[in-house]
Design a protein around this ligand. Structure first.
Ligand code: 5RP
Length: 262
């Protein structure tokens, strides 16, 4: 069954599988959103069902919550957990400092809250997500629906004084309607091409009224697990300054490799 996966899906799977090995009995785990995070949830579900792993999960979106329950992970809210041992999530881009762009899946607000409330954040990604400079992937920002066009104009005006290459933005759509987040907000995707100073941009964008949060994760991620299509994984720990390589075997498993909706 795993032979039918594309190289990119294999890369996402092995990154997720390796990160799942970091989860220990009794942990409160933040569960990310997106196709890579969905692999993680499936791997953890299998460990819960077959190895008796005891964890509680705090999902970062309604769709991750549904998947986690489906695979047998006990789901609690962040307020019930209060603090988390570990959050594992995907990313749209990461740089050498493990600063991230997130929010391609529209869940950046809950993802940032959950990751910030964790002792450790581990990002799982295929190698293609690694960039020298953030910004080729459009930066998502969550804005409230009230006056969103005014907020958009203010954001674009603010970008004039920022170290970025592009300055246009688009309202994310879901078919003919604006995309709506789990908090009932909209997403503006900022087409910046290159972000010269991500830390400054993250601070400045969040000062604009109407902006709830931006998809730049600065100094939040501790470790990245990079997956490759041939089963190789690389684990980079920014705090320890270590890089380890490993190899994950693909094992056919009907539970893991079927019905993956994302
Ligand atoms: C969702 C996210 C995702 O983690 C990000 O978009 C990566 O997704 P995928 O694993 O499907 O490539 O930030 O808001």
């Amino acid at each position: 069954m795993s032979g039918e996966l594309s190289p990119i899906d294999k890369a996402k799977f092995v990154a997720a599988k390796r990160a799942a090995e970091m989860v220990e009995d009794g942990m409160r785990v933040g569960l990310g959103t997106g196709s890579t995070a969905a692999w993680l949830v499936r791997c953890l579900g299998e460990m819960v069902r077959e190895d008796g792993l005891k964890i509680t999960g705090v999902p970062t979106s309604a769709r991750t919550a549904a998947l986690a329950r489906e695979v047998g992970i006990e789901v609690i809210t962040l307020d019930e957990a209060k603090w988390l041992d570990l959050t594992i999530d995907g990313a749209d881009e990461f740089d050498s400092d493990l600063n991230l762009i997130k929010g391609g899946g529209g869940a950046l607000l809950h993802e940032k809250i959950v990751a910030t409330a964790s002792d450790q954040m581990v990002v799982i990604a295929d190698k293609a997500k690694e960039v020298a400079t953030l910004g080729a992937f459009p930066l998502p920002i969550e804005v409230i629906p009230f006056g969103w066009q005014t907020t958009q104009a203010l954001v674009e005006e603010t970008l004039i004084s920022m170290d970025v290459m592009g300055r246009t933005s688009t309202l994310r759509m879901n078919g003919a309607s604006p995309y709506v987040t789990d908090e009932g907000n909209h997403i503006l995707d900022l087409h910046l091409t290159r972000i010269g100073n991500p830390r400054q941009l993250a601070l400045v964008i969040n000062q604009i009224p109407g902006v709830v949060e931006n998809g730049l994760f600065i100094d939040i991620c501790d470790t990245v697990v990079i997956g490759y299509g041939d089963g190789k994984v690389e684990v980079r720990d920014i705090n320890e300054g270590t890089v380890e390589t490993d190899r994950i075997d693909f094992v056919d498993d009907e539970n893991l490799f079927t019905d993956l909706s994302e």
